[in-house]
Write a protein that binds this ligand. Structure first.
Ligand code: 13P
Ligand code: SF4
Length: 304
């Protein structure tokens, strides 16, 4: 089957079976083309909760499918590839987090949305890469624990010096590959380009950026900007999507190594297999886990 034939079959089956397809922005272009929605992970979960379809196929990684399930507990939620995890989301042990919280007098634990449902159960507030500054700034508490991403925590603490943030040593193995030396080289090779980076990058990268934002924020910034050249410091799919969307502008990946191998596990044939009922994995979370894990998400929505 050609790509076009596969896409047509996916669109036909999706309609016939009443399936909403979500694609995180790090998915490949051929998957984004057949998705109902593409974008940041939390925004996708909210979109899925609002559509009439009772089955949702999440093309992304496991924590994203879990968040979809938490927001739509009565829907059938399928993860596009059973092995697509997010190493960062799975780094922390819930018992250790509880011990850390107790040892610091019970201060709130803020969890990046890139965490497992089990971890969210022991956290107080969730944030996304686009809402972290706003939500933490709106929290009445001055002192908090932030997990799992030490780079996002550092970025937030530099912007909000009035907050005392306790870090834990976790992070994204994809974004951590981007280095200050690569920024230096990109500046030299593309002196007119703006540098747009994700806050999961190391501080020495984010502090040199012209703009720091979530995947969706990076994309909308590049679309709206009058600049013509951009160096993109996040998963390399974003530079590819932008090059398709804005043919009059130039996009350079900050590093050829910024590839998330978990996101890359899902290919178009996997999407087709899921719709045929021959692939993917249905996400099952018990009622108690959903009730506890959704609490920090609701707190984020109240604060934001
Ligand atoms: P966004 O929330 O910015 O889409 O990030 C998801 C992610 O996995 C970043 O590595
Ligand atoms: Fe997880 Fe990093 Fe991949 Fe995002 S890019 S899914 S944070 S490993």
């Amino acid at each position: 089957m050609t790509t076009r034939e596969m896409q047509d079959e996916i669109l036909r089956l999706k309609k016939e079976k009443g399936v909403c397809i979500l694609a995180h922005s790090y998915q490949s272009h051929d998957i984004v083309e057949v998705a109902d929605f593409a974008g940041d992970s939390f925004a996708l979960s909210q979109k899925a909760a609002a559509v009439p379809e009772q089955t949702v196929l999440m093309c992304g990684v496991r924590f994203m499918a879990e968040t979809v399930k938490m927001l739509s507990p009565h829907k059938k939620v399928i993860l596009s590839h059973p092995d697509a995890g997010c190493p960062m989301a799975e780094q922390m042990d819930p018992d250790l987090v509880q011990q850390m919280k107790a040892s610091l007098g019970g201060i709130p634990v803020v969890a990046y949305i890139n965490t497992t449902a089990a971890l969210k159960c022991v956290c107080d507030v969730c944030v996304t890469s686009s809402s972290a500054l706003r939500i933490i700034s709106a929290m009445p508490e001055k002192e908090l624990i932030f997990l799992p991403d030490i780079n996002l925590a550092t970025y937030v603490s530099r912007q909000l010096p009035e907050k005392k943030i306790h870090f834990v040593h976790g992070g994204c193995p994809t974004h951590v590959r981007l280095t200050a030396a690569e920024v230096e080289r990109a500046r030299r090779e593309h002196p007119n380009a703006l540098l747009l980076v994700h806050p999961e990058c190391r501080p020495e990268v984010t502090e040199q950026a012209d703009m720091v934002g979530s995947t969706a924020e990076i994309m909308s910034y590049a679309r709206a900007s009058s600049a013509k050249e951009f160096v993109i410091g996040t998963e390399n799919s974003i530079a590819n999507h932008l090059a398709y969307e804005c043919p009059d502008k130039k996009f350079y990946a900050l590093s050829k190594d910024c590839v998330c191998h978990n996101m890359a596990l899902t290919h178009l044939p996997d999407v087709l297999a899921c719709l045929r009922g021959e692939g993917g994995e249905e996400i099952v979370l018990d009622e108690d886990t959903i009730a506890r894990a959704v609490r920090p998400i609701n707190r984020m929505l109240e604060l934001g």
